[in-house]
Design a binder for this molecule. Structure first.
Ligand code: NAD
Length: 500
């Protein structure tokens, strides 16, 4: 790796996986550098508590330096040929695939998910690079005669300007590419701040962008132990033109208030509380297999994780039995160990939260079918759990669990199922299992959600618009809608060229 400072890379490894030359500095204006004052953040492996690396802990001055670099690079980047921007994204896509093992190992070490899932995230995360390399050359416009016939309107698109991106820890690669790729495709420069729990994947990705020939200053990375202190001056700076955030609803809401001062363009991908509906006429195998994916992917630590299971009376016993058998077969372990299907939760607070939600549900009358316990081993593990007959008023129905816990409530009629599903301030994704196509259409029209997985357990796909309604956010990522989040519309009126 070519860096300006050899103190800004390290080797990250355990007995199963090994990654050399992982950047640990701040990427500002094309150079890796330590934080001003030299402070660092320890990145830990949640399955052991071991320190994997020390990364730079940026000061607010470092944050502004990163914005300076993005501002300085903005005009030249916006002026590059779309094909050039497309080619850089496409080369980065190829490099990400070449480094699948490294990126997967980093994600498993710093976040804990099983290696097979990390590999899946490399494929998914890379798709945003490919998709937006294709979108970069298809930015549209319009040319029309006005209704009066007296003039011509030209509508053009141009990049919104420097972007500040803030990402969460649960999908360290995909949450970064989902923002960086459309921003770069549109001609925007970026400062990105990954979560301090999982910064290594984003730092490695940024190095791959450099190797792919991205000009200096177009992508800048700052890592910090104090996200608020670092972010506030960046968001308050009038040179910033766009804030894109993925994370929890309370933080998103606080950021929207800060963004209001400068009337900043914002995209908000926030929390979820996904309902999963199983109707009597569902195919049982499909429902159970898909529900396992919707619940246990990423150890349940996904904004798209099924949070509330609503199962119709006629199929409830069979569904519960089949699902419980699959849950009992899950294998707990470190993500880098062969055969692991359930890794650790991200930290001790996440384990406490899952435990408190399960205890509250049981105290209020839910039946504990399996699990319900912390796992007695090193690291932050919580055992896969199934609760049946969860009672109204239980905290687990109103809180994002972010852990391997199934909470089942039974229902009688379609109307009741829909009412229960919509009884939340969130609206990111819903899942439904039914063999009645018309019912599926009714659900699509009546569920208050940005996305619906109909007879499937995973909806994420770079080619389709990802995002929520209600408290789950504003804006969409992926699809052709994703690039619009980084474009301004400009309209020009000209006189009728035939009028003399
Ligand atoms: P979080 O809101 O605590 O943190 C997200 C990011 O914001 C991190 O980088 C964090 O450092 C930063 N941050 C925290 N406080 C900040 C502040 N005051 N100012 C600026 N930045 C700040 O969320 P998390 O725990 O990292 O992630 C889990 C949450 O993210 C869940 O609610 C989940 O549903 C949501 N999520 C949503 C999506 C989506 O696409 N809708 C995807 C993944 C995760």
């Amino acid at each position: 790796m070519t860096t300006n400072d050899t103190t800004t890379t390290t080797t990250v490894a355990d007995e199963h996986v090994h990654v050399e030359d992982v950047p640990t500095g701040l990427l500002i204006g094309g150079s890796w550098r330590p934080a001003t004052g030299g402070r660092t953040i320890a990145v830990q492996d949640p399955s052991t508590g071991a320190v994997l690396a020390e990364v730079a802990d940026a000061t607010p001055e470092d944050g502004i330096a990163a914005l300076d670099a993005a501002v300085a690079a903005q005009d030249a980047w916006a002026a590059t040929a779309p094909r050039e921007r497309s080619d850089v994204l496409r080369r980065t896509f190829d490099l990400v695939h070449e480094h699948t093992d490294d990126l997967a190992a980093l994600m498993t070490l710093e976040m804990g998910k099983p290696l097979a899932e990390s590999r899946g995230e490399v494929v998914y995360g890379a798709e945003f690079l490919r998709w937006f390399s294709e979108e970069a050359v298809r930015i549209g416009g319009d040319y029309r005669t006005n209704p009066e016939g007296t003039g011509r309107g030209i509508v053009l698109k141009r990049p919104v300007g420097p972007v500040y991106a803030i990402t969460p820890w649960n999908f360290p690669l995909a949450m970064a590419t989902r923002k960086i790729a459309p921003a770069l495709a549109a001609g925007c420069t970026v400062v990105i701040k990954p979560a301090d729990l999982t910064p290594l994947t984003t730092l490695f990705l940024a190095e791959l962008f450099r190797r792919a020939g991205l000009p200096d200053g177009v992508l800048n990375v700052v890592t910090s132990s104090d996200a608020k202190e670092l972010s506030a001056p960046i968001i308050a700076d009038r040179r910033l033109r766009k804030l894109t955030f993925t994370g929890s609803t309370p933080v998103g809401s606080a950021l929207l208030k800060q963004a209001a001062d400068n009337v900043l363009r914002t995209s908000m991908e926030l929390g979820g509380n996904a309902p999963l509906l199983v109707f009597d006429d569902a195919d049982l195998d499909t429902a159970v297999t898909s529900a396992m994916q919707a619940k246990f992917r990423n150890v349940g630590e996904a904004c798209t994780a099924a949070n509330r299971f609503f199962v119709q009376d006629g199929i409830a016993d069979a569904f519960l039995a089949a699902l419980t058998a699959k849950v009992e077969a899950l294998r707990i372990g470190r993500g880098s160990e062969d055969g692991t299907t359930i890794g650790p939760l991200i930290d001790g607070r996440a384990v406490d939260k899952a435990a408190a939600l399960v205890d509250d549900a049981v105290e209020r009358g839910a039946r504990l079918v399996v699990g319900g316990e912390r796992v007695d081993r090193q690291g932050t593990f919580y055992g896969p759990t199934v609760l049946d007959d969860v009672q109204p008023g239980s905290d687990i129905l109103t809180t994002e669990i972010f852990g391997p816990v199934v909470a089942i409530t039974r229902f009688h009629t379609e109307d009741e199922g829909i009412r229960l599903a919509n009884d939340t301030e969130y609206g990111l994704v819903a899942y439904a299992y039914t063999s009645d196509f018309a019912r599926g259409q009714r659900l699509a029209e009546r569920l208050e959600t940005g996305m619906l997985g109909l007879n499937t357990g995973v909806v994420s796909n770079a080619a389709f618009p990802f995002g929520g309604v209600k408290a789950s956010g504003i804006g969409r990522e992926g699809s052709h809608e994703g690039i619009e989040e980084y474009l301004e519309t400009v309209y020009v009126l000209t006189p009728d060229p035939f009028a003399r």
